[in-house]
Design a protein. Structure first.
Length: 67
């Protein structure tokens, strides 16, 4: 069964939940000691998902300007 495209409101709800999770993660990072923060940052900036998301964001921006 093929699901119909997502509605704008559904997308907004998903993103709102995502942003809430990001705030929770920021709080957890804030509670770490400096050494752990540095190690986490190194892990994060080199993570393939983060790099891939950055590439997708560029594609979306380019697509949006070409409409």
């Amino acid at each position: 069964m093929i699901k119909s495209p997502i509605t704008l409101q559904e997308l907004k709800n998903i993103v709102e939940n995502h942003l809430s999770n990001e705030l929770d993660i920021m709080k957890m990072i804030f509670d770490l000691n400096n050494n752990d923060v540095e190690q986490f940052y190194e892990w994060y900036i080199n993570h393939p998902f983060r790099k891939g998301i950055g590439e997708v964001k560029q594609i979306v921006r380019q697509t949006g300007t070409n409409r």
